[in-house]
Write a new protein. Structure first.
Length: 256
């Protein structure tokens, strides 16, 4: 077996395991665990997802030491973090390490010195365009040198881009408030599944539109059906359609 075919087999297992893990995701903790396990499989010891919404406090979700993340947010470090500053301008994933401080001021050197105390010294970062939650980036920290990280980026860039985008998509939905439809508290994703079903989209097409699996669409439709207290998905869709037609949807969106 060649090195390339061996690598392809490894990536196939990693991708398959990731999808198997996210099938059972119901909250932020499970989502983080799935990403953390996948990052470990790729040789990274931790990850961090940061959004920079306009006029709101940044959102940081990570497996970095809690002492560091608390210090980071409380100190407004996102404003002087060289990796974040570069991610705000970059279009593609990039490798970073302490060597990059040559292009920044003294604060950057102090930042890296402090971060290294928490075993954060080099890694890869995937910039994400500003959609809904503002600019965002996902960083994977490692112990490897720049050359090894460069090889990893070359081999795994498509999957890293997918995982970062997938994580942001799920986080956005998890952070959105529930919507009350005829007395039933539906999650944003359950409502979206009903919306696409109402528009005649199949479950597989809905999965593609929402960037999730078909099984997750089925699960959300079944959950919405149970919450609405009906026997069939068709009845749940009918209730949702009537609720939307009544104008209640606009009122609910305005409150959100």
């Amino acid at each position: 077996m060649t090195r390339r075919s061996s690598f392809k087999d490894k990536m196939h297992r990693i991708v398959r395991n990731y999808f198997e893990c996210i099938e059972s995701v119901i909250g932020q903790r499970e989502l983080c665990s799935a990403v953390h396990a996948t990052a470990n499989s790729l040789g990274f010891h931790s990850f961090a997802f940061l959004t920079l919404p306009d006029e709101r406090q940044p959102l940081l979700v990570s497996t970095y030491p809690k002492e560091w993340t608390c210090r980071y947010i409380a100190g407004g470090y996102e404003g002087r973090d060289p990796v974040v500053l570069r991610a705000c301008m970059a279009q593609r994933p990039f490798v970073w390490s302490r060597d990059m401080v040559e292009h920044f001021d003294r604060d950057a050197k102090d930042f890296f010195f402090e971060a290294e105390k928490f075993d954060i010294c080099c890694g890869l970062t995937v910039p994400l365009p500003g959609i809904r939650v503002g600019k965002a980036a996902m960083t994977f920290a490692a112990h490897r040198g720049s050359k090894a990280l460069g090889t990893c980026l070359s081999d795994c860039e498509p999957f890293l881009l997918f995982m970062a985008s997938h994580f942001r998509s799920h986080m956005c939905r998890m952070l959105e408030p529930v919507i009350v439809v005829e007395g039933a508290e539906l999650t944003c994703r359950e409502r979206q599944c009903l919306e696409w079903a109402m528009q005649g989209k199949s479950r597989s097409v809905t999965a593609q539109i929402m960037f999730i699996t078909t099984r997750m669409v089925i699960r959300d439709l079944e959950s919405a059906k149970a919450k609405l207290g009906v026997q069939t998905i068709g009845q749940a869709i009918a209730i949702y359609a009537a609720w939307k037609a009544s104008g209640a949807a606009l009122e609910a969106d305005a409150r959100v």
